[in-house]
Design a binder for this molecule. Structure first.
Ligand code: APR
Ligand code: PHB
Length: 403
């Protein structure tokens, strides 16, 4: 088999890249080791930056998002028992975010690819990358357990296979530098059958730890609690989760969170991670394959979508005008944005979580940071600008993707 761009992974990065390239008449094949049901059912975060929303609409795949998603103009920060609103809309000159779950974005992208004849191989096994430093790279895989090995020859491989996939590891160790920070926090996330409790997200710093109130639909809410990352979800009965949420988010004026049946719960650890470089030979890494952020800034999906826009544009210039300059600058352009999102995600995480190793002095500094960001328009504007999404570097380059 032969294609122009072989894509490993059908997450937001791989699917969006395939769709962008399809619209530019560039051929792709996607290899995904999970089933369609699994990728469409895995619960992840759900905040889309304004640029991601605009892109979905421009590409004609935003119809369901506009109908079922919810536009939020601000967020709330709660500490010392009080809530403070960050009016992102006003602070950014009219930009908002969209609450729309990642697995719904995946459904829309899979549907768009399959409707336009896109090739996605689900349930593949033993994916490996070969000859990536040459002009004839290929991907080897089995179409199912026990099937024969097959090869896809391509001009380029896009490694969109998340943090644990084989793509990053195919870059020789001496050609990449991995920089990371592991946090002493984990997030216990729940999906609960309850009505919404607030019209905007509430990020809470409480002496017992961080809590986040989010939403999915008028019937289903998504909430999170800071827990020990090594804790076992079996230690958390539904009653214990609700008790802890009440303690951290209920207000003195009688405002209280509403309990309901919990339909899903799990604990995820938190890390920040950057792989430098994001390109080796004709392999390009995008999304979680190259970088991870803690979810506090809601940047994971949006960063993946930003990477593939740069890659799609670089590939456009390569195929349509035989120009390689942008492809050669792919890692440099993406990493500037990645590091800014790293900084923001680290900052939000550090400001909002309780670190039990902190001295009283460090706790004082943390509360001063929250006080500052909620009382200074300049500080609040900086939070808002980052939260709704910094401008795409690609839009600042002086070339455009032709349709
Ligand atoms: N072979 C084929 N596919 C693989 C392999 C492999 N060996 N390993 C992983 N994959 C697939 C995964 O099953 C997954 O569907 O690659 C896909 C990677 O998708 P994501 O992990 O969603 O990564 P990405 O597309 O970069 O999107 C980043 O997704 O994980 C969230 O929080 C993250 O919001 C962020 C966003
Ligand atoms: C979510 O709704 O899942 C969510 C919202 C905001 C975050 C992280 C996750 O910062």
């Amino acid at each position: 088999m032969r294609t122009q761009v072989g894509i490993i992974g059908a997450g937001p990065a791989g699917l969006m890249l395939s769709h962008l390239l399809h619209l530019d008449h560039i051929e792709t094949v996607i290899l995904e080791h999970r089933s369609r049901e699994e990728i469409e059912g895995t619960i992840r975060a759900g905040v889309l930056e304004h640029g991601t929303v605009d892109l979905m609409n421009q590409l004609g795949i935003g119809r369901r998002m506009m109908k079922e998603g919810h536009i939020h103009h601000g967020i709330e920060l709660q500490f010392n028992g009080k809530r403070h609103r960050i009016n992102m809309h006003d602070l950014t000159g009219g930009k908002d975010i969209m609450l729309y779950a990642q697995h719904e974005v995946i459904k829309d992208l899979v549907e768009a690819r399959l409707q336009t004849g896109g090739q996605i191989f689900f349930n593949v096994k033993d994916v490996s990358l070969h000859n990536i430093e040459t002009k004839n790279p290929y991907i080897q895989f089995r179409s199912g357990e026990g099937e024969e090995l097959q090869r896809i020859y391509c001009d380029f491989i896009a490694g969109c296979d998340g943090f644990h996939g084989p793509s990053r590891k195919a870059i020789p160790k001496e050609a990449r530098q991995e920089k990371q920070k592991i946090y002493p926090f984990g997030w216990l996330g729940i999906l609960a059958k309850t009505p919404p409790v607030n019209s905007e997200l509430v990020y809470t710093n409480h002496e017992k730890g961080f809590a986040l109130l989010s939403t999915r639909s008028p019937e289903i809410q998504r909430h999170y609690l800071q827990v020990d990352p090594k804790d076992d979800i079996n230690n958390w009965s539904d009653d214990r989760i609700w008790m802890e949420l009440h303690e951290r988010v209920d207000m003195e004026d009688g405002w209280t969170i509403k309990d309901g049946p919990i339909i899903q719960k799990n604990i995820v650890p938190m890390r920040s991670f950057v792989c430098e470089t994001m390109r080796y030979g004709n392999l390009f890494l995008a999304g979680d394959a190259a970088h991870i952020v803690p979810p506090t800034g809601a940047k994971g999906l949006n960063l993946a979508i930003a990477d593939v826009q740069v890659l799609a544009k670089g590939l456009h210039e390569y195929y349509k005008i035989s120009e390689e300059n942008l492809l050669n600058r792919y890692a440099e352009i993406c990493l500037r944005r990645v590091w800014k999102a790293q900084r923001f995600s680290w900052w939000m995480t550090t400001m909002l979580h309780r670190d039990y190793e902190h001295t009283p002095y460090e706790q004082g500094i943390q509360l001063a940071e929250l006080d500052y960001v909620t009382s200074s328009n300049h500080a609040a504007a900086s939070l808002a600008e980052n939260y709704v999404g910094l401008p795409l570097e690609i839009n600042m380059l002086h070339t455009t993707i032709s349709s």
